[in-house]
Design a protein around this ligand. Sequence first.
Ligand code: OAD
Ligand code: ZN
Length: 251
Amino acid sequence: MISGTLTRLKETTHLVVLTGAGISAESGIPTFRDAMTGLWKNYSPEKLSSAKGFSQDPALAWGWYEWRRHKALRAEPNAGHQTIAKLATKLPKVTLITQNVDDLHERAGSQNVLHLHGSIHTARCFECRHPYEHPETSAIVKFPESRIEPPKCEKCGNWVRPNVVWFRELLPAKALREAELAVKECDLMLIVGTSGFVYPVANLPLLAIERNITTIQVNLTETDLDTKVTFDLKGKAGVILPELYKMAFEE
Ligand code: OAD
Ligand code: ZN
C-alpha cells in the first residue's frame, strides 16, 4: 500500500491538504473531540463557541479562547506542520486548507493558508466588527478556572470577540470558495487530523472522493472516511508525514 501512496504523491501536480486539530495535537494544543471530551461534556460547544453562549456568559467564553490563544502562542510547529510546508517546495502546486485557528502552519513556513474557521490571534467587536489588537504578552491561562471579562470595543463599547467562526455562523466566503475550487481541480487530497464532524468543511473530502481522485487520510483514530479514502494511514501526523516525505522525495 505504501508504495502506491508514494508514487501518487510524487506524481501530483496539484496537492490539496486539509488539516484539523489533530495536526496541532503534538504541539500541545488539545483537539476538540479527544482530550477535550471531559470539557465538552461540562462546557458545551454551544456555550463556548456560539454567539448566544458568548452573550450569556462572555467571561467563560473569552476565558476559554484566551486559554487556547495563550497555548497556541507558546506552542511550536511540529514535524507534521513542517512536512506540509516542505511539500510546497517539491510539488508544482499545493493548497493548504485548515480548520485550525492557530498559526502553526504559517510559523512552519506555509503560505496562503486558507483558514476556514478564522484565527484565534485576532479579535473584533461583537457588534460593529471594529478590530481589537491583543497585547503582545503571553500568560498562563487556566480553564475553566480563569473567567476573563472580554475587552470592550474602543469605538462602541460593546464586547470584543475572537475572529473565529462560531456554530451557526458562515465561513469566510472567499476562503471557502477557493478551498472548494482547489478540491475540484486537484489530483490528490491529503486529509490530516480531522474527525470530519463539522460541516461544511467535512464535505471537502467527500467532494474529492466523488471525483475519484487519490485521497490519503492520516489520523490516529477511526473516522467515517476510513473506508472511503484511497489510502488510510493510522498514526500520528508528526510521525507519518515526515516518513512519507522522506520515502517519496529523499530515498
Ligand atoms: P477534532 O477534535 O474533532 O478531531 C481531531 C482529530 O484528530 C481526531 O480524528 C483525532 O483522532 C485526530 N488526531 C489526534 N491527534 C492526532 C495526531 N497526533 N495525528 C493525527 N491525527 C490526530 O478536530 P477537528 O476535526 O479539527 O471548529 O474539529 C473541527 C472543528 O470542530 C474545529 O475547527 C472547531 C470544532 O468545533 C470551530 O471552532 C469552528
Ligand atoms: Zn464596536
